[in-house]
Design a protein around this ligand. Structure first.
Ligand code: NAD
Length: 499
């Protein structure tokens, strides 16, 4: 049966009022200072909990990008010539400054995205750790000693910065996704022009506000605005050596296409639709609790969300019951309405409408809504935590990215079928496998076409491990030493010393 009236929105009026005092300046940030934009146009920033405008930022232009790139080009020469220790000192300073402004970052992130304070707190903690990890890791990015591969010649292999990197970030983890790019890019000796999502620019602006004057001018520039203008110009600018985007597949394709004209390097972290494969021998309670956490974290607005369960038919009923019970305990509410709030609103009205449309399509297709399934009363773009069961193979709701608090459940009968169905996705970002069988726990991950596969876990990440996709989820890796590698270039010098 469909359970409605299960969830209500717990509210608090504290959030929007508190945030006013910590809103950053809203110009572009170029060469160490906030400057007005050239368009004279602005973009409203909306709190998706209250639906109120909390700030307006500049709608950047190609000219604004050009000014920021010029600053980045100027700053990169001396930044790229610093020692690894000097760069590590700057990254550690950035971590410390963020830590001492933790409260402001949490407030801004919650107000701009609607995410619960606990989730914003987790984002800030991970952001700080990302800078500290990259500070240390950058000191291991050594040039390789070469060898004598031709008589009288000695080779030296150098790792160099690529130069200026254009960064384009999404709205779901605005500060953390910025950190995942900024930390390794600076660590490798590059300078940056970053364009935050036009929907969530505030934490990135706050970051440069607190860093202004404390890190070298021009190594980190921000131009706010839309993808079609600012993102497009970053992708085509001849002095940008590499463009790194976290976002949707469509945006990734646009960036790669534009970047191809100047043979620019591209780093893409795109969408996901993570399958959760539950074998009959799995600890079903742990699997259900895992999906509760990883399917609904950040209200499911997570590219790695555990949103597509494939469960063995023999345990499907028991697992579904456990999952519905778990999901029924989720608390929906505004960020400041209590530490136990776990589900905030969708990021924007258009996204809210898209998620509602997916739910309506599922209903129209006769799928069974086991819990949730509806939008909640406003203000705010809240959707009930939802589980949809008896989903047939290939149903659109199980293959396209919903990016909301919606988990679908399909069943399978053989291991081979589970693997084939899990791989039948345009995405290849992440997946999880739930089993107590040690053979399956290695055999199945090896056959899954995803950049990350968890076994008896989902969404567990650390700065030491690489994050990135296969297939439609893009290429390039965030975090880990692999990210540092992506943001540097290899040069071979062969010296004829005549010996
Ligand atoms: P989006 O693609 O709409 O926007 C992302 C960024 O790209 C924004 O800054 C936007 O302005 C910019 N952009 C849009 N069109 C552009 C263009 N033509 N040229 C240059 N830039 C352009 O994505 P979103 O809605 O902000 O974020 C949600 C998407 O991001 C989801 O698909 C999600 O899976 C993905 N995501 C992936 C990861 C990951 O690590 N793989 C992490 C978070 C989000």
């Amino acid at each position: 049966t469909t359970q409605t009236e299960q969830f209500t929105v717990r509210r608090s009026s504290a959030n929007s009022a508190d945030v006013a005092g910590v809103i950053p300046p809203t110009g572009h940030f170029i060469n160490g200072s906030f400057v007005p934009g050239t368009s004279g146009q602005s973009i409203d920033v909306v709190d998706p909990t209250s639906e109120q405008v909390i700030a307006s930022v500049q709608a950047g232009t190609a000219d604004d990008v050009d000014a920021a790139v010029a600053a980045a080009v100027g700053a990169q020469k001396s930044w790229g010539a610093t020692t690894p220790k000097e760069r590590a000192d700057v990254l550690n300073l950035i971590a410390n400054i963020i830590e001492s402004n933790r409260e402001a970052f949490e407030l801004i992130e919650s107000a701009n995205t609607g995410k619960p304070r606990a989730v914003a707190g987790d984002d800030v903690t991970s952001t700080i750790d990302t800078f500290r990890f990259m500070a240390g890791a950058s000191r291991t990015l050594t040039s390789m000693a070469g060898g004598d591969y031709a008589t009288g010649h000695t080779s030296v292999i150098l790792r160099e910065p690529v130069g200026v990197v254009g960064v384009i970030t999404p709205w779901n983890y605005p500060l953390l996704m910025a950190a995942w790019k900024i930390a390794p890019i600076l660590a490798a000796g590059n300078s940056i022009v970053i364009k935050p999502s036009e929907q969530t620019p505030l934490s990135t602006l706050k970051l440069v506000e607190v860093l202004a004057g404390r890190i070298p001018d021009g190594i980190l520039n921000v131009v706010t605005g839309r993808g079609r203008t600012v993102g497009q110009r970053l992708s085509e600018h001849p002095d940008v050596a590499l463009v790194a985007l976290t976002g949707s597949v469509v945006s990734g394709q646009a960036v790669a296409e534009t970047a191809a004209k100047s043979v620019k390097r591209v780093h893409l972290e795109l969408g996901g639709k993570a399958p959760v494969v539950v074998f009959p021998d799995a600890d079903l309670r742990a699997a259900a609790a895992g999906v509760r956490n990883a399917g609904f974290w950040n209200a499911g607005q997570d590219c790695g969300a555990a949103c597509r369960v494939l469960v063995h038919e023999s345990v499907a009923e028991e697992f579904t019951e456990l999952l519905v019970r778990e999901v029924s305990t989720l608390v929906v509410g505004s960020p400041e309405a209590g530490d136990d709030v776990e589900i905030g609103p969708m990021i924007s009205l258009p996204h809210f409408e898209r998620v509602k449309e997916s739910l309506a399509e599922a209903r129209a297709a006769g799928l069974h809504v086991a819990i949730g399934g509806s939008a909640l009363d406003g203000p705010g773009y809240f959707i009930e935590p939802t589980v949809i069961t008896d989903v047939p193979a290939g149903a659109p709701i199980a293959t396209h990215e919903i990016f909301g608090p919606v988990v679908t459940v399909e069943t399978f009968s053989t291991t081979e079928e589970a693997i084939t169905r899990a791989n039948e996705s345009p995405y290849g970002l992440s997946a999880s496998v739930w089993t107590r069988d040690s053979s399956l726990s290695l055999r199945v991950p090896k056959q899954l076409d995803f950049g990350t596969v968890w076994v008896n876990a989902h969404l567990v990440l650390a700065c030491e491990v690489p994050w990135g996709g296969f297939k439609g989820s893009g290429y390039g890796r965030d975090l880990s030493l692999y990210a540092l590698d992506d943001y540097s270039r290899t040069k071979h010098v062969m010296i004829n010393h005549g010996a």
